[in-house]
Design a protein around this ligand. Structure first.
Ligand code: BES
Ligand code: ZN
Ligand code: ZN
Length: 492
C-alpha cells in the first residue's frame, strides 16, 4: 500500500525513514529540519557522510523519532533527472529488502524536479528495485517477508501532485514486473498456452477483448510464417490478441506486436549449446506487449484505442521442422525462402504485422522483438535498436524511452538493405547476410507494413543484461513495457 501523506514525517513509526540529502556548494547539507542536524553534524565530523551522490548513512534514532531507523541517502547535486530519481528509488528498494523492512517512508528537501515527477520516479524505482524472482526456490524462513508492505511519502507540499505521480508509478512498475515475471518463467512453464491464459485473465478483469487464434485458426488464415516456425514443435502455436477501445469514434488505433518466441533453439539451424538457456527470453517482446495491455486495462486511456498482438510458439528442430531452402507463403501472400531457420522471429512477426494492419487499420504500429544478436554488436546492452519508416513516430518512441530510462537509438533503413533480402526462388529470403544484420531484419519486416507508420524495436540487447542500474535486476529487465505505457499516455 502506498500513501502520500499531508502530515509531518515525525508521525511515522515504521521500520525505515529515508531522508534524501543533497550536498550544497558550501559543504552544508540540505535538510532544513533541525531534528536531523545532530546526526548529520556528527556523521560529517567523523567523515562518514557529506550528502555526496551514493552515500548512505543509517542511524538508530532513539527517542527522537518514533521509527526504528533513519537512512540518509546522499544525492550530491539537487538537480536530478527522472532516471536519477528512479535509481535513488532502486537503492531504497534494495536497502529495504536488506533490512527486511515492512514499512518505509521517504522525505526529501530541495530536489529540483516537479513534485509529480519526483513522486512518480522515486516510487517507480522503489517498486522496481524491490523485484526478485524466487518462485522456483524453496524459501528459508529468514527469506520470507522481505518486501515492503507499506510505503509512505511525505512530500511536505503539493501532496495531490505527488499522489498523481505515485499512481502513474504503481501502474508502470507493475507492468515492468509482469514483463520480468513472464521472462523469468522457464520455457517449459511459459508456452503459447500461458500467453493465452494470461491474456484471457486480463480480459476478465479489464475492459479488454481477447481473441486467441489456435493452430487450426492459423491454418485457416494461411499464416505460413508462424506455422512454419511451429512445425518442429510438440506444442501448438497461437496468436494472442487484446483490444482496448476508448469509445471515441475518431480516435487513433495504436497496434503493438510482440515476438512471443517461448524458446528459440534455432530449429534445424541449431544454435550452439553454450548460453542457449537464455533463449527462453526470446518472448520478451510479447511480454512487453502483454504488460503494456495490462496497464492500458488499468488506466483506460481516453483518447486512443490500443490493440496488442503476440504471435507465439517455440522454435524447435524435429522431423517435421521447416528446413533451410524451404519456401513458405506469408499471410500477406508474399513467398519467403527460409535460408536460416534461426531467423524465425521475423517469420512470426510478418504474419502478425500484416494481419494486424489489415484487420485493425491502425494509425501506427510498433513491434518489439529480441530479433538479432547483431544489435548487441552495434549498440551493446545500453540502447534498444529502433527502425522506422516514420520520423514522427520514431521521435515519439525515442522521447518515451528517454522519459522511461529505456533509451533507443535509430538505425537507417533503405533500398540498399532491402536489396540484401532478394531471393533467387521466392519474393524474399529470410536473412540478408552478415552485414547490417539488425537493419536487414528491420527491412524484412518493413515489407509487411506497407505505408502504415511503423517502428520496430530490437530489444535483443536490452531485454536482459540491460545497463546495470539499481532498479534493473541482472536477469530480464522488463524492457519496453514502461516505454509503451509512456507512449500511450502521451499519444494525443
Ligand atoms: N532470438 C534470436 C536473436 C537473439 C540473439 C536475441 C542473441 C538475443 C541474443 C533470433 O531469433 C536469431 O537467432 N537471430 C539470428 C539471425 C541470423 C540467423 C540472421 C542471429 O541474430 O544470429
Ligand atoms: Zn532465432
Ligand atoms: Zn529468436
Amino acid at each position: 500500500m502506498i500513501t502520500v501523506s499531508n502530515k509531518k514525517f515525525t508521525v511515522f513509526a515504521g521500520d525505515v525513514l529515508v531522508i534524501l540529502v543533497s550536498a550544497k556548494a558550501n559543504g552544508s547539507m540540505s535538510p532544513t529540519d533541525p531534528a536531523f542536524k545532530p546526526y548529520l553534524a556528527a556523521a560529517s565530523k567523523a567523515g562518514d557522510f557529506s550528502g555526496k551522490d551514493g552515500e548512505i548513512l543509517m542511524v538508530y534514532p532513539g527517542k527522537d523519532f518514533p521509527c526504528k531507523r533513519l537512512v540518509f541517502i546522499g544525492l550530491g547535486s539537487d538537480k536530478k533527472d527522472r532516471d536519477e530519481l528512479r535509481k535513488v528509488g532502486g537503492v531504497i528498494g534494495s536497502k529495504a529488502i536488506e533490512l527486511k523492512a515492512a514499512s518505509l517512508a521517504a522525505i526529501w528537501y530541495g530536489v529540483d524536479l516537479k513534485t509529480k515527477e519526483l513522486g512518480e520516479c522515486l516510487t517507480e524505482g522503489i517498486l522496481l528495485g524491490q523485484y526478485r524472482f524466487a518462485k522456483y526456490k524453496k524459501k528459508k524462513d529468514d527469506e520470507k517477508d522481505v518486501f515492503l508492505k507499506k510505503l509512505t511519502l511525505f512530500p511536505q507540499q503539493n501532496a495531490s501532485e505527488c499522489r498523481k505521480g505515485v499512481r502513474l508509478a504503481e501502474v508502470a512498475a507493475q507492468a515492468g514486473k509482469i514483463a520480468r515475471d513472464m521472462a523469468n518463467e522457464p520455457g517449459n512453464n511459459w508456452t503459447a498456452e500461458e500467453f493465452a491464459v494470461f491474456a484471457r485473465s486480463l480480459s476478465k478483469n479489464f475492459p479488454l477483448k481477447c481473441t486467441i487464434h489456435s493452430h487450426r485458426d492459423l491454418k485457416r488464415l494461411k499464416m505460413g510464417g508462424i506455422l512454419a516456425v511451429n512445425q518442429g514443435s510438440a506444442a501448438g502455436p497461437k496468436m494472442v490478441i487484446l483490444e482496448y477501445n476508448c469509445g471515441k469514434k475518431k480516435a487513433d488505433t495504436l497496434l503493438l506486436v510482440g515476438k512471443g518466441l517461448t524458446f528459440d533453439s534455432g530449429g534445424i539451424s541449431l544454435k550452439p549449446s553454450a548460453g542457449m538457456e537464455e533463449m527462453k527470453y526470446d518472448m520478451c517482446g510479447g511480454a512487453a506487449v502483454m504488460a503494456a495491455m495490462a496497464a492500458v486495462g488499468e488506466e483506460k486511456p481516453a483518447g486512443v484505442n490500443v490493440v496488442g498482438i503476440v504471435p507465439t510458439t517455440d522454435n524447435m528442430p524435429g522431423p517435421a521442422a521447416v528446413k533451410p531452402g524451404d519456401v513458405i507463403t506469408a499471410y500477406s501472400g508474399k513467398t519467403v525462402e527460409v535460408i536460416n531457420t534461426d531467423a524465425e522471429g521475423r517469420l512470426i512477426l510478418m504474419d502478425a504485422l500484416s494481419y494486424g494492419i489489415k484487420k485493425y487499420k491502425p494509425s501506427a504500429v510498433v513491434d518489439l522483438a529480441t530479433l538479432t544478436g547483431a544489435v548487441i554488436v552495434g549498440l551493446g546492452h545500453h540502447y534498444t535498436g529502433l527502425l522506422s519508416n516514420n520520423d514522427t513516430l520514431a521521435q515519439k518512441i525515442i522521447d518515451a524511452g528517454k522519459r522511461s530510462g529505456e533509451p533507443a537509438w535509430r538505425l537507417p533503413l533503405g533500398e540498399e538493405y532491402t536489396e540484401q533480402l532478394k531471393s533467387e526462388v521466392a519474393d524474399l529470403k529470410n536473412i540478408g547476410g552478415k552485414p547490417a544484420g539488425t537493419i536487414t531484419a528491420g527491412a524484412f519486416l518493413q515489407e509487411f507494413v506497407g505505408e502504415t507508420p511503423w517502428a520496430h524495436l530490437d530489444i535483443a540487447g536490452t531485454a536482459w543484461g540491460f545497463t546495470e542500474k539499481s532498479y534493473i535486476p541482472k536477469g530480464p529487465s522488463g524492457i519496453a513495457a514502461r516505454t509503451l505505457i509512456d507512449l500511450i499516455r502521451n499519444w494525443t
